[in-house]
Write a protein that binds this ligand. Structure first.
Ligand code: PLP
Length: 396
């Protein structure tokens, strides 16, 4: 198997499996909320993981909320910040997000605009509607900073712009956006979905302007169902889950210590090898993109590779149906993706690509290859040959 779908998920790193094992095998099994020795042992591991995650992303330990993955972190950010504003603002509040956000951000934003997703105490309040404003992106997939600025105002409660896009891999100008938001929307909370970026960028620097930062472990070689939301001190946020009051009342539910320990180890390992890995993986990505675009007529890179994460290779194949190409690649042992499969597996034309101005037909000719910590030169060389043969067969 040639696995080139790291943006969908990355295999668990051996270091991560090792540190999680005692918690999964039942050697360290305590409930971290309790007070006896088994509980204290779990609590110690949890708080060490929290300290480490905080340190690696440039936050304080009390600013980390462990979640059940990136989707939960995004929902907590969007719904939690907007619900807090609905309680504090005098009138309708506005939420701004980019057109290329992951559904884990777009859908809670849309739910709020429909009147769903609100905390019960806000449902009856007169005039407490939520208006959704979508910021445009250019043909390069980069969020238009002036376009964001035009949507700002005193009514804006939340601005959510991802640090890097999951489909085409473009890194967004978060600093410039944050500067515009601080100027044009004084009360707005800034959220960034750093789920894809975390493997490749130093979040302590890249996400420093954001009040809320979403993370997911499985994109980094950590376990699925593990993530975190960074909530900077003083950021208003209402919980999604009520219950035992864990995570300082912000996320109830028995602590998943194994998941937290796995996230910390995945982040630590990614940080340790980042410098070498960014250069190594970018070189392999370039080799793959060059090999395909130089041997397959009508194959082009969707966006300029210089503005993307190092592992992303997003290509358009003129006249080819992505679904057919992906089937042939799968037969040849190459795992790639369309980048926008919904849970049913049906391929819709990507909202990211259509927001960039591509027609639905062109969007359906795209394939995303994403490289990661396990990718080696032989993978990309064999994948490039498989792509050439598969496109040749489809054209014949
Ligand atoms: N945000 C982005 C940008 C993603 O790529 C993903 C995963 O596909 C998510 C959020 C959701 O994360 P999780 O799979 O941990 O729920």
């Amino acid at each position: 198997m040639i696995y080139l779908d790291h943006a969908a998920t990355s295999p668990v790193r051996p270091e991560v499996a090792e540190v999680m094992a005692p918690f999964l095998r039942g050697e360290r099994f305590g409930n971290a909320s309790g007070s006896h020795r088994a509980a204290r042992d779990a609590r110690t591991a949890l708080e060490e993981a929290r300290d480490e995650v905080a340190d690696l992303v440039g936050a304080q330990p009390g600013e980390i909320i462990f979640t059940g993955g990136g989707t939960e972190a995004d929902n907590l950010a969007v719904l939690g910040a907007t619900n807090a504003a609905l309680g504090a603002f005098e009138s309708t509040v506005a939420v701004v997000c980019s057109a290329v956000e992951h559904p884990a951000v777009l859908e809670p934003c849309r739910a709020l605009a429909r009147g769903a997703g609100r905390a019960p105490n806000h449902l009856q309040e007169a005039g407490s509607g939520v208006e959704l404003r979508i910021a445009p992106v250019g043909a390069d997939g980069v969020v238009d900073v002036d376009g964001v600025a035009e949507l700002l105002g005193p009514d804006v409660a939340l601005v959510s712009v991802m640090l890097a896009n999951n489909e085409v891999g473009t890194v967004q100008p978060l600093d410039a956006i944050a500067t515009a938001v601080r100027r044009g929307a004084e009360r707005a909370v800034i959220h960034t979905d750093a789920v894809q970026a975390a493997a490749w960028l130093d979040l302590a620097e890249a996400a420093r302007q954001a009040d809320l930062v979403s993370l997911s472990a499985h994109k980094l070689g950590g376990p699925k169902g593990s993530g975190a939301l960074v909530v900077r001190e003083g950021t208003p946020l209402e919980p999604l889950f009520y219950g035992g009051g864990q995570e300082r009342e912000r996320r109830s539910g028995t602590y998943d210590v194994a998941a937290a320990v796995g996230l910390a180890c995945a982040l630590r390992t990614a940080a340790r090898y980042r410098q070498i890995e960014v250069a190594r993986v970018a070189a392999l990505r370039n080799r793959l993109a060059d090999a395909i675009t130089s041997t397959v007529p009508g194959a082009v890179e969707t966006v300029d590779r210089h503005g993307t994460l190092p592992g992303h290779c997003h290509l358009l194949f003129d006249g080819i149906e992505q679904e057919e190409l992906l089937v042939l690649l799968d037969e040849a042992g190459v795992c790639a993706s369309a980048g926008a499969a919904c849970a049913s597996g049906a391929l819709e034309p990507s909202h990211v690509l259509t927001s960039m101005g591509l027609t639905p037909q062109v969007a359906r000719s795209s394939v995303r290859f994403t490289l990661g910590h396990t990718t080696v030169a032989d993978d990309v060389d064999r994948a490039a040959v498989a792509v050439r043969l598969a496109v040749g067969r489809l054209r014949a």
